[in-house]
Design a protein around this ligand. Structure first.
Ligand SMILES: Cc1cc2c(cc1C)N(C[C@H](O)[C@H](O)[C@H](O)COP(=O)(O)O)c1[nH]c(=O)[nH]c(=O)c1N2
Length: 216
């Protein structure tokens, strides 16, 4: 099956216009069939040895979100201490989660024992199952954008808060908590770029020819 030029352009449009979204969520519910498409896109990600180690916990209840938001707030205070004094205030001014505002949360986990213990491609680098799960997350992120749904990744929260609140067994690795919902707009650039926190790296500085020491 060939991809047409129009289809190719649509894919790049989705890639370049995807954003990490933490605000501007609107109250429109995500229809079940749309969510099913997004999750199926995640489930069709590549995975080491076709291990498919992921699970998706869907969070919609206010009480659950409130518990996670509390966890975020504690972790955010803890995180702020790690920044230099001059950066701290700016860090604290950023909105880095949309746990309560987003209608849907998805916790993505990795079952490190699934289809194991010996998995093709994971014998030498066991962490490949974690990376596979991140591939699923990227598919979800892009599929959500293609559905005009914003998604924000919240990693400023301790695993034990997610584990206890969502009843996740000890042998299951927690990879991400994602906040999803329709939004009033998608920004053109990463917020951290707009606010001058960091610029986008120059890609030519990241491409090496044959050896690390030789830049393209
Ligand atoms: C693994 C991981 C973890 C996080 C993120 C991303 C990824 C990949 N990002 C989003 C991140 O800040 C964002 O992707 C970059 O700033 C680039 O912006 P766009 O995603 O292009 O909009 C993110 N953002 C945020 O506000 N709170 C967070 O806890 C996190 N955590």
């Amino acid at each position: 099956m060939n991809i047409t030029d129009v289809e190719r352009d649509a894919l790049y449009k989705v890639i370049y216009s995807r954003r990490d979204v933490r605000k501007d969520f609107i109250s429109k519910a995500i229809p079940d069939e749309v969510l099913a498409r997004i999750l199926k896109a995640g489930h069709h990600a590549p995975s080491v040895g076709f291990m498919q180690p992921w699970d998706f916990i869907l969070v919609t209840e206010e009480e659950t979100k409130n518990a996670l938001k509390k966890g975020y707030e504690l972790a955010s205070v803890e995180s702020a201490q790690k920044f230099s004094e001059e950066k701290r205030e700016e860090y604290q001014s950023f909105k880095l989660e949309g746990i309560l505002e987003a209608p849907l949360g998805i916790c993505v986990t990795c079952d490190r024992e699934r289809n194991g213990p010996v998995v093709i491609g994971r014998t030498i680098k066991p962490e490949m199952d974690l990376y596979s799960t991140v591939c699923a997350i990227q598919n979800i992120w892009l599929a959500a954008r293609a559905e005009n749904i914003g998604l924000g990744w919240v990693s400023i929260i301790h695993d034990d808060v997610l584990r206890e609140t969502l009843d996740i067994p000890d042998n299951i690795e927690i990879i991400a908590y994602l906040c999803l919902g329709y939004v009033s707009n998608f920004k053109d650039k990463p917020e951290l770029e707009t606010f001058g926190w960091l610029p986008r790296e120059n890609i030519s500085q990241l491409i090496h020819k044959e050896k690390w020491s030789k830049k393209a």
